[in-house]
Design a protein around this ligand. Structure first.
Ligand SMILES: N[C@@H](CCC(=O)N[C@@H](CS)C(=O)NCC(=O)O)C(=O)O
Length: 206
């Protein structure tokens, strides 16, 4: 059994797109897994105590960290299960999509949701999140999100970078879908449906 360590907020919602990539990769491979919810302040104490970020998986004691490393591990160690990449070219293309997602899409979206992420954190995580992110962004969380129009739903009334106009929910959906595509670039479109119906975190940014 594979164990997936995932970041959660105060109400137990899994809100990290990096973790969702691994969740979706596991689901795509039909691999059963158990999830262990962790807060930011607990990451350093999971497994061998060397982890700095999630997702992390433990597969019968083998520890793999980083969503891209996890996707590669699953593909290489479970070759008989549905392929995440569909071959070498698909793996290369997926790496490109993953890099673009991290460098362009996430950078565009994070301004819209930073305060929302903070608001849904457990109280014990809030000081850490505020201090690290305010250092990174160089201003208060409130200013980051307000400077770009308020929130994901208000932003839905105007085009947001390359995503174009759409409902705010669709931005969130696009983000999740792209996250999935980042690990399933050439996989069958049909596989996507299960995430829409099942594992998608509806309204998780509200
Ligand atoms: N490149 C890594 C990034 C992982 C990452 O940054 N995870 C965030 C959650 S989205 C985290 O664990 N951050 C811990 C922290 O900020 O202390 C991956 O794709 O897994």
């Amino acid at each position: 059994m594979i164990t997936l360590y995932e970041l959660v907020g105060a109400e137990g919602r899994s809100f990290s797109p990096n973790v969702w990539r691994s969740r979706m990769a596991l689901a795509h491979k039909n691999l059963p897994c158990e999830t262990v919810p962790v807060r930011f302040s607990e990451i350093a104490s999971i497994l061998d105590g060397k982890q700095k970020t999630v997702p992390v998986i433990s597969d019968s004691g083998k520890i793999v960290a980083d969503s891209w490393a996890i996707a590669n591990y699953l593909e290489d160690n479970y070759p008989r299960l549905p392929s995440l990449f569909g071959g070498g070219a698909g793996r290369d293309l997926t790496l490109f999509v993953q890099s673009w997602t991290a460098d362009s899409l996430h950078r565009g979206v994070i301004d819209l949701v930073l305060l929302d992420i903070y608001s849904q954190l457990h109280e014990s995580d809030k000081p850490y999140f505020r201090s690290t992110r305010e250092r990174r962004f160089g201003r208060p969380l409130e200013d980051v999100q307000n400077l770009c129009g308020g929130n994901l739903h208000r932003a839905s009334r105007q085009p947001v970078s390359a995503l174009g106009p759409a409902r705010g929910d669709h931005h969130a959906g696009a983000l999740q879908t792209l996250e999935y595509l980042a690990h399933g670039g050439t996989a069958q479109a049909g596989a996507l449906r299960q995430f829409r119906c099942g594992a998608m975190p509806r309204g998780f940014l509200r």
